[in-house]
Design a protein around this ligand. Structure first.
Ligand code: AMP
Length: 466
């Protein structure tokens, strides 16, 4: 299937071609023709599937094909996103794909000065990308007029609800033309009852668009869980990064404070790291992301707020320093790797008290995450009960693939690992790059095992019992 057959105009095809895209992704194949027909859609799609182009391309085409009836250029398309980073990225896509069209766009979000945004809005904006809070600030100050919106996009709607934006969204809806007079596009990775309710209020007879099942991108991601002692996590993380010579790692913590503390500790371990979370100023967040993207910072420690919307090409490693409380967040976190067809590894450091969270995640994704005990970092219980190289599922997977975890660059006899464990940190660091290096790229049952469908169809999820 080529982009040519989707009904897009020459200007848009040119922009797509300039981006180097050879063929549309599944969500683009399904969503673009429907949106061009003027249909409302309810799409189940995660970031990483190409969904932004999936709605941006037809949106640009529709606006361009309809003449504007005033010189004021009212906002005709509104895209709401949960986070500032995602808003910035979506607007960047609007600019990129719309570069050969005479349409204007703007992005507005909090944490930065409002006046430049007001100036921009005053000059006229066709497509506005916004986070709900700052958009309402503008509405209160009457610096934005939403009464002419023709197309509304709710991107990552589930995340918006998770972040408590439902009241803001309702207020914004009240400022738009009635739903039958606008086209509505809703994108969500999950379909809770709240999302279903919202969609009833928002959408006119939506076409359901199901692309890859929610867990399909996970097939590209090698997942691994290391049972570890909570108080050794930082040491293990430093070790894995150093010994594995990982150049770009996104690490998730549960709290902002935890992210700050971990970034500081990693720096003290001699690794370049920075934190990104909601308490940082927008300038600091933008800088942290830019430094990480260009490789001048090796480790980005993030909270879940940063999980969505970060689009970093070919991010090879994601580490869950702590598991998220909400299982869905695990899927979003690890979705930062394995993007756009690239492979990646997602490693979770799981302490005893997080076992239940791990089981909840496994239930959600409907597969078991291979567990590997890290030699030299056995938990207190394991060290007493098990031989040093016991790797629950991982060992089986390695054997099946004709490899032992100790093959390759790990030449240590098993007994040494026990010694290392007994001697704790200093011994472990001494062997950095040798025995305790986790075999992150080992073939695992995840990649080779059967892929079970994790979810019923989108239609089931969406239309199911309410
Ligand atoms: P998204 O799911 O919108 O966050 O997009 C994920 C990544 O896929 C972005 O880096 C896009 O530039 C890229 N992308 C979008 N559409 C295509 C395509 N048709 N071919 C290759 N890459 C794409």
């Amino acid at each position: 299937m080529s982009f040519d057959s989707l009904g897009l105009s020459a200007e848009l095809l040119r922009a797509v071609h300039e981006q180097g895209y050879n063929e549309p992704t599944p969500i683009q194949i399904k969503a673009i023709p429907l949106i061009l027909e003027g249909r409302d859609i309810m799409a189940g799609a995660q970031t990483g599937t190409g969904k932004t182009a999936g709605f941006t391309l037809p949106l640009l085409q529709l606006l361009n094909s309809r003449p504007v009836d005033s010189n004021k250029r009212p906002v005709r398309a509104l895209v709401l996103t949960p986070t500032r980073e995602l808003a910035a990225q979506v607007e960047q896509s609007v600019i990129t794909y719309g570069r050969h069209l005479p349409l204007n766009s703007a992005v507005i979000f909090g944490g930065v000065k409002i006046n430049p945004q007001i100036d921009k809005l005053r000059r006229g904006v066709d497509i506005l990308v916004a986070t709900p809070g700052r958009l309402l600030d503008h509405a209160r100050q009457r610096t934005v007029d939403l009464s002419k919106v023709e197309i509304l996009v709710l991107d990552e709607a589930d995340r918006m609800l998770d972040m408590g934006f439902i009241h803001d969204i309702r207020k914004i809806m009240a400022m738009l033309p009635v739903k039958s007079e606008r086209q509505n596009l809703l994108f969500s990775a999950t379909f809770s009852n709240e999302i279903k309710q919202l969609s009833h209020q928002l959408l006119n007879h939506p076409e359901l668009v199901e692309v890859a099942r929610r867990n399909a991108p996970i097939e590209l991601i090698e997942q691994l869980a290391h049972p570890v002692d909570k108080n050794r996590k930082r040491e293990i993380l430093s070790h894995m990064i150093g010994a594995g010579n990982w150049r770009q790692v996104l690490v998730f913590t549960r709290t902002k404070h935890g992210a700050n503390r971990l970034a500081k500790q990693l720096v003290m371990d001699g690794l370049s790291a920075t934190a990104i979370h909601g308490n940082k100023s927008q300038a600091a967040r933008t800088r942290a992301l830019a430094d990480f993207k260009k490789g001048s910072v090796r480790i980005l420690v993030a909270t879940d707020i940063a999980a969505r919307g970060l689009d970093i090409d070919q991010l090879p490693h994601v580490v869950n320093f702590e598991l998220p409380n909400v299982p869905e967040d695990y899927v979003h976190r690890i979705g930062r790797t394995g993007r756009a067809g690239n492979e990646g590894t997602a490693i979770s450091l799981v302490s005893a008290e997080e076992q239940k969270l791990l089981r909840d995640i496994e239930r959600l994704i409907n597969r078991e995450i291979p567990k590997q005990v890290l030699p030299g970092y056995e938990t207190t219980g394991q060290a007493r009960q098990e031989p040093a190289h016991r790797a629950e599922n991982g060992r089986q997977g390695d054997r099946r693939n004709g490899r032992s975890r100790n093959s390759g660059n790990n030449n240590q006899p098993q007994g040494r690992n026990n010694n290392r464990h007994q001697n704790g940190r200093s011994q472990a660091s001494k062997h950095q790059g040798q025995s305790a290096k986790p075999q992150a790229r080992n073939p695992s049952p995840t990649r080779n095992g059967p892929v079970k469908p994790g979810f019923s169809s989108l239609a089931d999820r969406f239309m199911g019992s309410d």
